[in-house]
Design a protein around this ligand. Structure first.
Ligand SMILES: *Cc1c(COP(=O)(O)O)cnc(C)c1O
Length: 339
């Protein structure tokens, strides 16, 4: 079954880096989308419609209208302000109203409320009601299904009947909704998805499967060893709280070979990174030190050696936001481009 679904490439995970965003465009996305205006501003030279995907703050509407063509909304006061500002700039800003299908983050919860909100938005000058959207598996962990997204398409039809025209956008969620497309089960009214994780990691979050033909190692973190010493696996002395307020527990494995790398919780999330050398074990981290057990590795590590890690979503987000980590963008054929 053929399905026409436009993709909004979500750039927030890499802080709106325009070089990576351009690769999204080459890959065929129809929009770029971000939750932060600072990131949308970085993308302003790219000629493609941009969507602000976090509900706009009333205090930032001027910039919303300036840097985004469309925004996701759930409050009429905000939409009215957008209408005023857009009119004063001789612009028309697109509005997608959010429907909460049960995940309990943003959006109108009752069908009648969303329909009357659409009627009202339809009458505000300076804005154009582009459509509706939803977000699942974020706060409540609610899995996208034919049933809940079917409700979205039902709501779309009721709105179209009420306002007497069709809606351009029915946005069925984030990467977690992609599994329905692959299974051929996406309700046919859905014509847009907002994808970040899936484009960056080739990962279907719901089924925890890798998508065929995708690379999973596009984000590699390189760290430098600043100490290697043989020490016990278990700290000596009475154990109180660690630097982050937790009381840690340790196995006694005798003397192990421990390495410290110069990176820490200021820069990354150790639960979401995996050493490329599979025999290395991450023991823990404090703000600026990453502690590894390298006892089992066959590699000859020494002070100054580089240890590489493959990153998953949360670690990518953290690393890309750390001003202490230098970012280098390469093609797979190793041609280095500016950072
Ligand atoms: C972050 C975000 C997305 C993208 O989510 P992924 O799971 O990375 O695809 C889509 N929509 C909204 C509203 C978001 O905040």
């Amino acid at each position: 079954m053929e399905q026409n679904i436009d993709v909004a490439g979500v750039t927030k995970c890499f802080c709106g880096n325009p070089i990576i965003a351009r690769e999204f465009l080459m890959g065929g996305v129809s929009y770029l989308a971000d939750s932060r205006l600072e990131n949308l501003k970085k993308l302003r030279m790219l000629d493609v419609p941009k969507i602000m995907i976090r509900l706009p703050m009333i205090s930032e509407i001027e910039e919303v209208v300036k840097y985004a063509d469309i925004s996701l909304n759930s409050e009429l006061d905000t939409v009215k302000k957008i209408g005023q500002v857009a009119s004063s700039m001789d612009k028309v800003h697109g509005i997608v109203l959010m429907v909460d299908l049960g995940d309990l983050r943003e959006g109108f919860f009752n069908k009648e409320d969303i329909i009357s909100a659409c009627e009202e938005v339809n009458s505000i000058s300076g804005v154009k009601l582009m459509g509706i959207g939803t977000n699942l598996s974020c706060y409540g962990g609610v899995v996208p299904t034919c049933e809940n997204l079917g409700r979205l398409t039902e709501i779309k039809e009721s709105i179209e009947n009420r306002i007497g025209r069709s809606l351009d956008i029915v946005s069925g969620g984030n990467s977690s909704s992609y599994q329905l497309v692959e299974a051929g089960k996406m309700p046919c009214g859905v014509n847009n998805l907002r994808l970040g994780t899936m484009l960056l990691l080739g990962h279907d979050e719901v089924n925890d499967k890798w998508i065929k033909g995708t690379y999973h190692d596009c984000f590699i973190l390189k760290t430098e060893i600043v100490e290697i010493k043989d020490k016990p696996s278990k700290p000596i002395g009475e154990i109180g709280k660690d630097a982050f307020g937790n009381v840690p527990a340790f196995e006694d494995e005798g003397i192990i070979k421990r390495a410290i790398c110069a990176i820490g919780k200021q820069d990354t999330d150790i639960k979401w990174m995996e050493p490329l050398d599979g025999s290395i074990k991450i023991l823990g981290a404090s703000s600026d030190h990453l502690i590894l057990d390298i006892s089992k590795s066959k590699m000859d590590y020494h002070v100054g050696s580089i240890v590489e890690f493959q990153l998953d979503y949360v670690a990518i987000l953290s690393v890309m936001n750390s001003t202490y980590v230098r970012k280098v963008i390469k093609n797979r054929d190793e041609k280095v481009r500016e950072g």
